[in-house]
Design a protein around this ligand. Structure first.
Ligand code: ATP
Length: 466
């Protein structure tokens, strides 16, 4: 089978496992779905929460120089005027006149010519598509409209009348709330530069192109830090945050060989940025942005100072001078993190069955710190005395470790289910347990089994899962 088919198969396998085992379901499925929306199921929500909590610990709780924020999604529209989103946050679209497919012009150029189209005008894109005889990826014809801009922000109305003056927007990024609250955070915490404000929250973009599962959705979550610095330190700080982002990827189990760093070319950079890099992951559908790191200069705070007429200056007591801080912005997509760790965790292995044959075992080898379920308690049979003993063991571990109790179907099927959701340890309670007060613990990765005394189980798990 060709490599391309292998990678496509991998995506199909992950999407179907995600549904089968309760990681991710198609949004509004019983009504035929809603394009580019997905719902996290019982296992998926645990995985996603573990990633968010690990991020908060890694970048906020464990540091002295970063504080948190949880701002409202709906903000005064003037925020988006100041940030430049109302005027400039749009994609260039073209329509195929033959089959009516609506396509992002930059993606079409990038996929067909293997060049980056960020920063090009719609006119440039139209010309490039014509000159290179690019065909519609859906029907193969060459009959496009001109490229034109399409706003990405979702609009709604505040109040009872749907008039222009009542328009408000669902935020397309979490970042602006950190700038708008810069002075509030400063005066309430007395932080000294350099320091950062971090936030995890929903963002919304009216994306019209096919999303590749949870890679590109219209509603998604971001984890962002705005790190305020003195201009002279920007290069050092940029390098530092690049290293921190790489350590984070290692911490959640994204393998080094599966991602790379790409620096934006000069003509691709936003006008206010001197340097931007993307952490690109080798997704089955292509190498695409996972996270971004940008040096934004003093653009955002200056814009908000001009538009709000409120000072965004920082007073440097050591040097007795006021200045508008510069910003380094590390930005992380939660959903793209979930997707990358699922792809990296997915393994198929040949494993022996109870009757001496072999079968293909699908196992999600998540890093233990983010695995959605840490321990499964499995009584060997549904006999009453075994269930009772197993429930006692479950009660013992469930308060400290995310645990599942499962007594339905054969033990082989239950192991397979736990492997597919990536549970590091399966604890089997058998008839011998009633006599020796011990259980068998099976390791997800090695499938080795170890007998552990019930009284020592919590401590044993603590050591293994720490
Ligand atoms: P892309 O080029 O893929 O559209 P972007 O450059 O517009 O992404 P940013 O504005 O830098 O993305 O957003 C920061 C992060 O938010 C991205 O690195 C990504 O992880 C995540 N993100 C952005 N758009 C989406 C989306 N539509 N769905 C899911 N995650 C997203």
């Amino acid at each position: 089978m060709s490599q391309k088919n292998d990678r496509q198969n991998l995506m199909d396998k992950i999407t179907s496992l995600a549904k089968r085992r309760g990681f991710v379901f198609p949004g509004s499925e019983i009504y035929g779905g809603l394009a580019n929306t997905w719902d996290y199921g019982p296992v998926g929500v645990e995985l996603k929460n573990n990633i968010k909590q690990a991020w908060w610990k890694f970048f906020v709780k464990n540091r002295e120089d970063v504080v948190g924020l949880d701002a409202a999604i709906l903000m005064n529209s003037r925020v988006w005027e100041a940030s430049g989103h109302i005027a400039g946050f749009n994609d260039a679209l073209i329509d195929c006149k033959a089959c009516k497919a609506r396509i992002r012009a930059d993606h079409l150029i990038e996929d067909s010519l293997n060049i980056k189209a960020e920063g090009m005008t719609p006119e440039d894109m139209t010309k490039l598509i014509e000159e290179n005889n690019i065909k519609c990826p859906v029907c193969g014809k060459k009959d496009f409209t001109n490229a034109r801009k399409f706003g990405l922000m979702f609009k709604t109305f505040q109040g009872v009348t749907e008039e222009d003056k009542n328009i408000i927007y669902l935020r397309p990024e979490t970042a602006q709330a950190m700038f708008v609250n810069f002075k509030n955070v400063l005066s309430s915490t007395h932080k000294k530069i350099p320091f950062g404000i971090a936030q995890i929250g929903k963002a919304f973009r009216n994306e019209i192109t096919p999303g590749n599962f949870i890679f590109r959705t219209i509603e998604f979550e971001q984890m962002e830090i705005e790190y305020f610095i003195n201009e002279k330190d920007w290069e050092k700080s940029f390098e530092y945050w690049q290293e921190q982002m790489a350590s984070w990827l290692d911490y959640i189990g994204v393998k080094k060989e599966n991602y790379s760093i790409r620096e934006h070319d000069k003509d691709e950079l936003s006008h206010y940025s001197k340097k931007t890099i993307d952490f690109e992951y080798n997704f089955p559908f292509g190498t695409k942005e996972l996270y971004g790191l940008a040096y934004r200069g003093d653009f955002d705070l200056t814009q908000h100072q001009e538009h709000s007429k409120q000072s965004m200056e920082y007073f440097d007591t050591e040097n007795n001078r006021k200045y508008i801080p510069h910003v380094i912005e590390p930005t992380f997509g939660v959903d793209r993190s979930v997707l990358a760790v699922m792809i990296d965790a997915y393994c198929e292995e040949e494993a022996p069955t109870a009757d001496g044959k072999t079968e293909t075992r699908v196992v999600m080898k998540f890093n233990k710190n983010i695995a959605p379920v840490k321990v499964a308690i499995l009584p060997l049979s549904k006999k009453e005395n075994l269930s009772k003993k197993a429930k006692e063991v479950f009660d013992l571990v469930k308060t400290e470790f995310a645990s599942q109790y499962d007594e339905s179907q054969s033990i082989g099927k239950r192991y397979r289910r736990q492997d597919e959701i990536g549970t590091p340890y399966c604890v089997t309670v058998d008839f011998k347990s009633l006599d020796d007060d011990a259980v068998t613990v099976r390791d997800r990765d090695t499938m080795k089994q170890e007998r552990v005394k019930v009284g020592e189980l919590v401590e044993w798990l603590r050591k293994k899962l720490s």
